[in-house]
Every structure is written in C-alpha cells, then in structure tokens.
Design a protein around this ligand. Sequence first.
Ligand code: IPE
Ligand code: IPE
Ligand code: MG
Length: 231
Amino acid sequence: MTKLFKKLPNHIAIIMDGNGRWATRRGMPRNYGHREGVNAIERTIDACLKYNIKYCTFFAFSTENWKRNKEEIDGIFELLREYISKNDNIFLDKQVKLKHIGIIEPFPDDLKSCLMDMEKKTEKFDKLTITFALNYGGRDEIVRAVNQLLKSKETDINEKSFSLCLDTQDLPDPDFVIRTSGEQRVSNFMLYQMAYSEFYFPKICWPSFNEKHFVKALKMFEKRKRRYGGV
Ligand code: IPE
Ligand code: IPE
Ligand code: MG
C-alpha cells in the first residue's frame, strides 16, 4: 500500500469540523452530526492502518468548546464514552495505541476511567498511535509547560526541554494538518507543534469524510515541498 505514495506524513492531525452544520442541513440536531462524526473517526483509523500512517491525532474537544450548551457537551462526552468502551473494541481488535492530550480532569468519571483503562490496555501497541485532544488548547498547554518549568527551577531552557513539558512529549510534530468543513483557522490546536506542518482545508464536513477524501489528502501532501527555511 505504501508504494502508492512517494512520501507519507508520519503524523496527521485532524481538526474535525462541521458536525453541527452537517446535521443542521439535514434537519437534524447537532448531536446527530457528532454521532456520524464518530463513524468518520473509525473510517479514518482504518485508512491510517491501510495506508501505513503511524500517528493520527483527532481534535475532539477544545478548551473553548465549554461555551456550547450543556446538552451538546454531554452528548459529546457520552459518544466518546460509548466509542471507547464498545465491546468489540476497535483499539484492542486493531492493536491501535490510544492516548489523549489535554486536561481530562473536568470530564465525567466514567469517561475518564474508560479512557485511562483503554490507554493502559493499548500502551504496548506500536503500529498506529491514535491521540484524542480532549479539553485541549494550545495556549493552555504552553502556559502549563511554562509553569512546570518554573516549578522545576530549570534556568537553561531550550526547544527540546520545552517540548518535553508539552502534552505531546512522546509524539512527533504533525507533518500534516487537515481541517474539514472549509474553515481555514487553527482554533488553538497544537500551536507549538505546527511550526512546520503542511495544511489542507477540504470543504467536506467531518461526518462525510471517508477513505476517498483521506486518499485525496495524502495526494495533496505528496505534492508539497517542505523546505524548513532552506532552499
Ligand atoms: C466539530 O464540529 C466537532 C466539535 C467541535 C466537537 P462542530 O460541532 O464545530 O460543527 P460546526 O462547526 O458547528 O458545523
Ligand atoms: C475546533 O472546532 C475544535 C474541535 C474540532 C474540537 P470549533 O468548531 O470549536 O472551532 P471554531 O469555534 O469554529 O474556531
Ligand atoms: Mg465548528
């Protein structure tokens, strides 16, 4: 499969956007869009396995998403809990490592415990790492890292030691950031880590995202010339 592409991103980070609009256009409640969005996550994980992607991170809940109404927030938490604890668990079946970034402390206890349980059960798997960004904000992450360094009394801080204080300490920087729904902004996602990421903004809303869109995205990435400031 890998031979289909001359080069592949090692880490794809996805800002899954457009669930609400997708549902509203169909005369359905916003949470119906989030439910269909979970199916798109599952399709994307399968595509990562098929095309040999090593890391994929999904932005699932931002530090700003607490502004939404309680019903929508509770609905998202319930979907996540259901998804992570499903009996035919996809992470164990597919031998995929599950992680999270962000502060899950304010989340419901049942969601936290099933997430931590699944992280523990899958920690040894290494072909694909799936990370959910939950109550995650890039600015919050940077400020938490600064506070951690202040407490450590460390005085000689460099990019390496700083990045080790971020939630992403054991993840490579994302090579490729995909945001669906046509919005072209980062909305506080992985601010430090995106320094040299390639971006792609397909118009499709997240619940409709499928293998065909994923392959198109990989083809876009294949054409990019990354220069990192060189010539
Ligand atoms: C993204 O879809 C999912 C989350 C932020 C949890 P939205 O819910 O933002 O959908 P739109 O942007 O309102 O259509
Ligand atoms: C970004 O989407 C957050 C997630 C995908 C979880 P939003 O829909 O919350 O972002 P804005 O409000 O349009 O910038
Ligand atoms: Mg949105």
